[in-house]
Design a protein around this ligand. Structure first.
Ligand code: HEC
Ligand code: HEC
Ligand code: HEC
Ligand code: HEC
Length: 319
């Protein structure tokens, strides 16, 4: 192979982008969900996720990023589509149909939406139906590991070229608890009077721990894969790893239950000045996150201090 092709190929790997978008051929679109979930829909329509479809492409910041990456049309760019838009393939044609929508967070619905909504079921049937829905790609709100991993896949902005060359922000100052309980919150379907209730204390505690573990896992992966360790992207990912590590240390100092022992020892082994090969560690962190999800967690009330210390939610929850 001559040098020219070597350079082209290494540039490709250097800047190959993460593909996150749900499979457009399995997207049914928010209008279909609205048929049964009109309240959740009206809340979603007042979020940045909904508005990004209209607002983002017009912004000076978007045009400047596009220019640096020689992208002609932001809406047509698969890079921007990955995190800002929802695509649907219908009759062989793929179109942008929305911003970040229901299926960006709950999974492309074509193969599960009729299964999850079946009525008149016994408890036993219900179990099977949920298992079927999840196997068909549904991300249920109770599966915090999947839910959080999915938010972070967009919110870490894991795309080195987009950040270092395009000048896009290197991720959000994300926290699963405060970022899910503000403008995003739409816990209206299962509440009696349609109240948009806060997640339970038990769920918030698990969200705090799992959110921090997955952020650490994704940040060390991003840093170890970064080509330019001095670039804005790698520097931000390392800072993120250190920040989430510190939060986990605070969590495991506050909550000394045996349920978090394994998390404590795993994170204690992590040296953020040596993050070259992290795949084993990353697998371990994911395993620990799943253990946390399944832990009984009766005595985790101490974590509420940390939760109230997170401050305001991101945006206000809607009535
Ligand atoms: C035909 C009506 C109908 C449609 C269409 C529908 N849903 Fe549902 N959905 C339901 C019902 C009913 C439930 C409650 C099921 C239960 O708790 O047994 C539900 C529950 C849910 C839940 C909560 C799941 C859980 O773990 O408790 C989510 C999330 C959800 N739907 C998302 C969606 C999304 C996203 C779409 C569009 C892709 C959609 N639904 C389309 C009727 C519908
Ligand atoms: C890997 C995911 C990801 C990709 C790819 C991505 N963005 Fe973003 N972008 C985000 C996230 C997350 C935010 C929100 C940052 C925040 O508020 O913390 C954002 C914010 C922005 C903003 C500023 C916020 C606003 O008000 O809209 C602009 C402009 C923007 N992106 C443009 C682009 C353009 C143009 C592209 C394609 C070249 C692109 N983004 C690709 C994830 C992404
Ligand atoms: C930003 C990602 C995101 C988007 C977009 C989103 N959801 Fe959700 N959804 C969540 C999260 C997170 C929860 C659980 C929050 C919690 O426990 O506090 C949830 C919970 C739900 C529930 C359960 C509500 C209950 O009462 O228990 C339903 C139903 C639902 N979503 C449907 C939808 C529909 C329909 C849309 C589109 C109109 C949508 N979601 C858009 C993330 C999202
Ligand atoms: C498909 C990618 C994607 C997913 C999945 C996603 N987000 Fe976002 N989110 C974005 C982008 C892009 C923006 C910025 C939109 C804009 O302002 O133009 C954003 C903005 C937000 C904002 C508003 C931030 C602000 O500046 O006020 C909140 C809050 C938020 N997301 C929370 C969440 C939570 C919680 C989840 C998971 C339950 C989630 N997001 C999942 C892409 C995503």
């Amino acid at each position: 192979m001559n040098n020219f092709y070597c350079i082209i190929i290494s540039l490709f790997f250097m800047y190959s982008t993460l593909v996150l978008a749900s499979d457009p051929s399995k997207i049914i679109g928010p209008d279909e969900c609205t048929e049964c979930h009109d309240v959740e829909n009206s809340i979603w329509e007042k979020t940045h996720h909904f508005e990004t479809f209209e607002n983002m492409p017009e912004q000076d910041e978007a045009l400047s990023i596009a220019e640096k990456l020689t992208i002609e049309d932001v809406i047509e760019s698969d890079i921007c589509q990955n995190c800002h838009l929802t695509l649907q393939t219908d009759d062989g044609e793929t179109d942008v149909i929305a911003g970040v929508s229901c299926e960006s967070c709950h999974g492309a619905g074509k193969e599960w939406y009729e299964v999850h909504s079946e009525e008149d079921k016994t408890a036993e049937q219900e179990k099977t139906l949920w298992a079927k829905s999840e196997a068909a790609g549904m991300i249920r709100p109770g599966n915090i590991v999947k839910l959080a991993g999915n938010c972070l896949d967009c919110h870490l902005v894991k795309n080195e070229k987009l950040v270092n060359i395009g000048g896009h922000e290197a991720g959000s100052d994300f926290n699963l608890v405060s970022w899910s309980q503000g403008e995003i919150r739409h816990n209206t379907f299962h509440s009696k009077d349609g109240e948009n209730r806060k997640a339970s204390a038990t769920k918030l505690r698990k969200m705090l721990v799992i959110g921090a573990v997955l952020e650490l896992q994704k940040a060390i992966e991003a840093y170890s894969e970064a080509k330019d360790k001095n670039g804005k992207y790698a520097v931000a990912m390392l800072a993120r790893a250190n920040k989430s590590k510190a939060l986990i240390e605070k969590i495991t100092e506050t909550n000394t239950s045996t349920e978090l022992k394994s998390l404590k020892t795993t994170v204690a082994q992590l040296d953020t000045s040596k993050l070259e090969a992290v795949s084993e560690l990353s697998k371990k962190l994911l395993m620990v996150a799943k253990q946390v999800q399944n832990a009984p967690s009766q005595d985790w009330g101490d974590l509420d201090k940390i939760i109230s210390g997170l401050g305001e939610t991101k945006g206000k929850a809607q009535e």
